[in-house]
Design a protein around this ligand. Structure first.
Ligand code: UDP
Length: 424
């Protein structure tokens, strides 16, 4: 029995508000993923409600993004920013508010798609109370994260427990890369059903502008060799490695280098503190004159920055997927990335870009030099990058695969009682 797409589904993203400005502390790939998936699914006929925790009293409760796609902010805990490791205690209130919303709106979600472990817990509660089907995306795995940090937070045990429970109880876990699937299997549990559906990007927005046009719009001279970083200021993003690599490259007489480090920050907050640390390293290495910090780049300018760059570097210590890599590739800019996680899936070494051991600034410097010294090869990598994204990582393609998965799971719901009858 076919299920029509025009059903109500809920995307749950407790700490990643799909309606906020991207590029600041804690607002990154997850927010983009939920918003883009939501809009693409709505275009395919689903009625999409995206639920998040209200983290600012002035924010509207409901934001309509497109026909049949809205963000709904539920009050659970203080109406102000709460770091994600402190949100768990407010989740029971979040669940109550979500159930109340359904009752008032006369909507019943048969399927919820949850994002990050906090939302996984919400989904599991809804399954207990309402019998919903659950699809889950981790976005980040505690089991991987806690291997690389010195102080394990007190919430770790709870998080690891939830990440195991959701794997074993959700109808489907969506891994965004084969590498993430391997980590889930080796570090979390052998039980549960995993399906790989990657993250996507807007292949019409990224790639719509030529390099020289983008450079003149941004005031970047044609002879500059532009190395670009886009992302949050977080020490695990490895910006320090990039800065040290550029210093090495420059010391080898690589002239006309220009380093752009784009991303938002707020003085005194963790991203502001990381930006100060990076600026101090830039000064110490004598790179001030060639380094630019344009701050957070909004949606309109981002395609221009990617197109203007000769190379985009993603030096993260770990990355379950890494949207920035495919955004750059869609914009025909080769990527040099850490040889970790989902970056091993998006970047094909020697075909679309290069992979280097994380935190190895000598290897990153060599990779930068190899591409910058051979522009013809750079152009070939750029074209192959674009092709790879068109083939594998468009939001429309991703949403189609997710929609098919939802339909399959919802159909199983309808078939089960019938089968039971036949068996009886
Ligand atoms: N981003 C942005 N403006 C900025 C910096 C980042 O729009 O100034 C966006 C970027 O385009 C990407 C997202 O933030 O879509 C970062 O996602 P990614 O998966 O690379 O990293 P995460 O933030 O999830 O760790």
């Amino acid at each position: 029995m076919a299920v029509k797409a025009n059903q109500h589904i809920a995307l749950i993203s407790v700490h990643g508000d799909p309606a906020v400005e991207i590029g600041k502390e804690e607002a990154g790939g997850q927010n983009v993923y939920v918003r883009q998936v939501g809009e693409a699914l709505a275009q395919q006929g689903w009625q999409v409600d995206m639920f998040t925790r209200k983290a600012n009293a002035e924010d509207p409760t409901v934001v309509e993004h497109a026909p049949n796609c809205r963000t709904i902010r539920l009050v659970a805990g203080p109406e102000s920013f709460v770091p994600r490791q402190e949100i768990f205690e407010y989740l029971p209130t979040f669940v109550e508010a979500l159930i109340q919303f359904q009752q008032q709106a006369g909507i019943e979600y048969k399927l919820v798609h949850t994002n990050y472990w906090l939302s996984a817990w919400v989904g599991m509660e809804l399954k207990k109370q309402q019998g919903v089907k659950q699809v889950h995306v981790y976005h980040s795995l505690g089991a991987v994260k806690y291997k690389s940090i010195a102080t394990i937070p007190t919430i770790a045990t709870t998080r690891l427990g939830v990440e195991k429970a959701v794997l074993e109880t959700a109808e489907r876990i969506v891994a965004t890369s084969p590498q993430e699937q391997d980590h889930i299997r080796t570090l979390v549990s052998q039980k549960g059903t995993i399906q790989i559906i990657p993250c996507g990007t807007d292949i019409h927005r990224f790639g719509s502008i030529q390099k020289q046009e983008a450079r003149s719009a941004l005031g970047i001279a044609p002879e500059k060799k532009v190395v670009l970083y886009v992302g949050r200021f977080d020490s695990r993003k490895g910006i320090e490695t990039l800065v040290r690599a550029v210093a090495r490259s420059q010391s080898r007489e690589n002239t006309n280098l220009s380093l752009i480090i784009a991303g938002g920050s707020r003085p005194g907050q963790s991203d502001g503190i990381e930006r100060d640390r990076i600026e101090a390293i830039v000064d110490e290495l004598g790179l001030r004159e060639i380094t630019h910090f344009p701050g957070r780049i909004g949606d309109e300018l981002l395609p221009q920055y990617y197109a203007a760059a000769d190379i985009c570097v993603v030096p993260s210590h770990y990355e379950p997927f890494g949207l920035v890599a495919i955004e750059a590739m869609a914009s025909r800019t080769p990527v040099i990335a850490s040889d970790v996680g989902g970056l091993q899936f998006s970047v094909k070494a020697e075909e679309t870009g290069l992979l280097c051991p994380p935190q190895d600034d000598a290897a990153f410097a060599e990779a930068i030099d190899r591409i910058l010294s051979n522009p013809t090869w750079g152009d070939r990598l750029a074209e192959a990058s674009r092709q790879r994204v068109e083939n594998l990582f468009s939001w429309d393609g991703v949403a189609t695969q997710l929609g098919e998965l939802y339909q399959q799971l919802l159909t199983e719901t309808l078939i089960e009682p019938h089968l039971e009858k036949a068996i009886a």
